[in-house]
Design a protein around this ligand. Structure first.
Ligand code: UDP
Ligand code: MG
Length: 318
């Protein structure tokens, strides 16, 4: 009874472009998969989006929808989709057509005929983006690669996952999810397709520089504890320095040649003080992350759920 392919689309306040995007996406899906569904996740939109989804679903039997109780953020909206979907394969993509629907048939073929379990679309070019974000993302991916060993540069959330990959993904219990990284960690047989990011087909991106910075910190926390180890390494180096300097100071004192050097004292105070602060900060970030995980709250809360009309007509309830 379950569809062969389900396309999961998280949306947040996309009323003005949603129906156009859904038309394009459904058209491409229909051209390859014989049985497909589209699952729209409304991430607590505050505009007209949900009403539009309902209307669109009335008119098109292949659209299902989930409405979250508030805005949980795209990562959590994706979680909702991946946990609640039932399908042989899923494709995850944005609603703003920055993930070109033209690639859907190619992804489908790679999965169906090529036997790949994960087909990921890699950004060849990041499209139009503020310079700050471009440099920021470069630095972020460089650091993440250095720290965790995963090469995610150019990675996007536009992916096809086989049903068994989705199962594997569901077995990861963490609250702080980073979809791109987690699908890299999972393994399986993978294929990559390059694409150029087109402009949004309306509205505007809600990512601010601060928002991206937060996502980057979340990703590092989720993927590597290397920064914690840096703290110990720096601590060790400073201990070594302290021993050497201490001996020197003592020897000079014993030889009666102690200098009245306040400069050294001030410099040491500043350096050690700031390193301790930064180290505590890093440890604090990890403790906060642990705290959030142990609270074990649900990653999202569903407010309303609509199955596809086709499934409803067959009396198939989920
Ligand atoms: N989105 C979401 N929840 C949010 C923010 C965004 O579900 O809190 C959706 C949004 O509707 C779109 C996708 O995530 O379908 C990507 O968002 P956006 O285009 O703003 O991000 P960008 O393309 O700039 O990375
Ligand atoms: Mg976008």
């Amino acid at each position: 009874m379950k569809p062969e392919l389900t396309i999961i689309i998280p949306v947040y306040n996309e009323a003005d472009l949603l129906s156009g995007s859904l038309d394009a996406i459904r058209g491409k899906a229909a051209s390859c998969a014989k049985d497909y569904a589209v699952l729209v996740i409304d991430d607590g939109s505050t505009d007209d989006t949900w009403r539009q989804i309902e209307e669109y679903r009335e008119a098109h039997g292949d659209v299902a929808a989930i409405r979250l109780s508030r805005n949980f953020g795209k990562e959590h909206a994706l979680c909702a989709g991946l946990e609640l979907v039932e399908s042989d394969a899923v494709i995850v993509m944005d609603a703003d057509l920055q993930h070109p629907p033209e690639l859907i048939p190619k992804m489908y073929r790679l999965w169906k005929d090529g036997g790949f379990d994960i087909v990921e679309c890699v950004k060849r070019d990041r499209g139009k983006e503020p310079l700050m974000n471009r440099w920021g993302s470069r630095l972020f991916y460089y650091l993440l690669n250095r720290l965790s060993g995963y090469q995610l540069h150019g990675a996007s959330d536009f992916k096809l996952l086989d049903g068994k990959v989705v199962q594997a993904w569901r077995a990861m219990p963490e609250r702080n999810t980073f979809f791109r990284g987690m699908t890299a960690w999972i393994g399986f047989q993978r294929a990559a397709i390059e694409f150029e990011v087109p402009e949004r087909n309306g509205g505007k991106s809600r990512w601010t520089f601060i928002g991206l910075l937060k996502l980057a910190i979340k990703a590092v926390l989720a993927f590597t504890s290397f920064p914690l180890r840096i703290v110990s390494v720096i601590g060790g180096l400073f201990l070594l320095g302290a021993v050497i300097l201490g001996m020197q100071t003592l020897i000079r004192k014993l030889m009666g040649a102690a200098v009245t050097g306040f400069t050294t004292v001030i410099l040491l105070q500043l350096i050690i003080g700031s390193i301790i602060m930064v180290s505590l900060g890093i440890i604090g970030e990890y403790i906060a992350a642990i705290y959030n995980e142990t609270k074990g709250r649900p990653r999202y809360i569903v407010r309303e759920r609509l199955n596809t009309r086709e499934a409803e007509d067959r009396g198939h309830l989920t």
